[in-house]
Design a protein around this ligand. Structure first.
Ligand SMILES: Cc1cc2nc3c(=O)[nH]c(=O)nc-3n(C[C@H](O)[C@H](O)[C@H](O)COP(=O)(O)OP(=O)(O)OC[C@H]3O[C@@H](n4cnc5c(N)ncnc54)[C@H](O)[C@@H]3O)c2cc1C
Ligand code: FES
Length: 371
């Protein structure tokens, strides 16, 4: 994963405790920093003498915005976000990785109705996706439901209101406040199933197929997802971006009951894989090959991290899809996670998530190239 020291060329105050940082992209890094809507980068800095790294979504949109922008909300007593929001200034340099993640599916197929649900700083990737969708000339429609605590906490408020005014029927924007001040005439309260159904209205039988993108705290995404499933959306059409970094999954938890076996594309499902006391794992990544032996209790990602091999990852819980790899030899066991964004076709092509998988058998080869 390429990383560069990028210069901050603009800092914008967006809302309570939130700023955007725009970076200069020198011509020699432009290819590495080409990105898709809704992707994120890793930002590294030294704060109080200690290196710290966190992920931030791009709030700018490719082919729409001339700038490369992150939007950061300050987390109380956080290691990095207070430094970025309060101390970083125009002209400073930050180490930024090339964009990662597969949250958004650009869909070249028929038009859709996109249901975007954001809470707080979860607006960042959805703002990128929204601008990109509105920028392409197709029959897509978008509904953005954006939950904030209070009016002064609404990030990109003026820009969102201007987009809604400019795009008429194509964009419906609903602000929802959890703690509105007296005088607020818009929506308020928690986004529970009844409220979501009322906001969205009945599904139009002959209307566009719906797909939902969610980003915000886990409890917010769980209740929105539940309401959308009740509305009839299939789980694979409810995509989430989690800002939380979970405790790494232990491979000990990956037993036969809770896992699926993933084999190289074209391999018969019942191909036997002999149990082996130790597995030799070969990994192709960034044009190099590494051979390692995972220890008991290690996922593939954990084994790579122990060997200091720079594999892409973020959430470590199967939601961001950063750690996708392709099984090319042998087999891996991956935790059966009903909510992950991998399709049955992906599994059939040997695609696995390194953070949820352990290598199985004597020899396993996985590749992070062109996945
Ligand atoms: C894929 C991805 C994309 C992300 N995109 C963005 C983005 O666009 N904008 C953005 O502001 N953040 C984003 N985040 C979150 C970001 O990476 C950091 O987790 C966040 O800035 C807090 O980091 P910190 O070092 O300041 O706090 P930490 O030192 O990591 O945490 C301090 C305390 O705050 C709690 N905490 C951590 N994160 C949050 C949170 N989000 N809300 C409430 N409490 C929290 C922790 O549990 C801990 O107790 C993203 C995360 C991921 C995984
Ligand atoms: S690190 Fe996010 S899916 Fe594996």
């Amino acid at each position: 994963m390429a990383r560069y020291n990028l210069v901050v060329v603009e800092k914008i105050h967006e809302a309570d405790d939130t700023c955007s940082l725009r970076f200069e992209l020198p011509a020699e890094v432009a290819d590495d920093f080409a990105y898709s809507p809704g992707q994120f980068v890793h930002v590294r800095a030294v704060v109080d003498g200690a290196p710290v790294e966190r992920s931030y979504s791009l709030s700018s949109a490719p082919q729409v915005d001339p700038h490369f922008q992150l939007t950061i909300k300050r987390v109380e007593s956080g290691a990095l976000s207070p430094f970025l929001v309060e101390q970083v200034q125009r002209g400073d340099r930050l180490e930024v990785s090339e964009p990662q993640g597969r949250f958004f599916d650009e869909n070249a197929g028929p038009a859709r109705h996109y249901l975007l649900f954001a809470a707080g700083s979860g607006i960042s990737p959805l703002y990128s996706i929204l601008k990109w969708l509105l920028g392409r000339e197709r029959g897509d429609r978008v509904t953005l439901v954006y939950a904030s605590r209070c009016e002064s906490g609404i990030i990109f408020r003026a820009e969102l209101d201007a987009l809604a005014a400019a795009h008429g029927e194509r964009l419906r924007l609903v602000h929802v406040l959890s703690r509105p001040a007296p005088g607020w005439t818009g929506e308020s309260g928690r986004l529970v199933a009844d409220a979501i159904e009322r906001l969205l209205g009945p599904r139009d039988a002959g209307g566009l197929p719906e797909i939902a993108y969610l980003c915000g705290p886990e409890a917010f995404m769980a209740s929105v997802a539940e309401a959308l499933e009740q509305r009839g959306l299939a789980p694979r059409d409810i995509r989430r971006e989690s800002f939380a970094t979970a405790e790494a999954v232990s491979a000990d938890a990956l037993d036969d009951e809770t896992t699926v076996r993933i084999l190289p594309e074209g391999t018969a499902e019942d191909t036997p894989v002999a149990a082996a006391p130790q597995t030799e794992l070969t990994v192709a990544i960034d044009g190099e090959e590494h051979s390692i032996v995972p220890q008991p209790g290690e996922t593939i990602l954990a084994a790579l991290q122990r060997a200091e091999i720079d594999a892409p990852f973020s959430c470590q819980e199967g939601t961001c899809l950063s750690c996708m790899c392709r099984v090319e030899q042998g087999a891996v066991r991956m935790r059966r996670h009903e909510l992950i964004g991998l399709t049955p076709e992906d599994l059939g092509e040997g695609i696995a998530l390194a953070c949820l998988s352990k290598a199985e058998g004597t020899r396993v080869r996985v590749s992070f190239e062109d996945v």
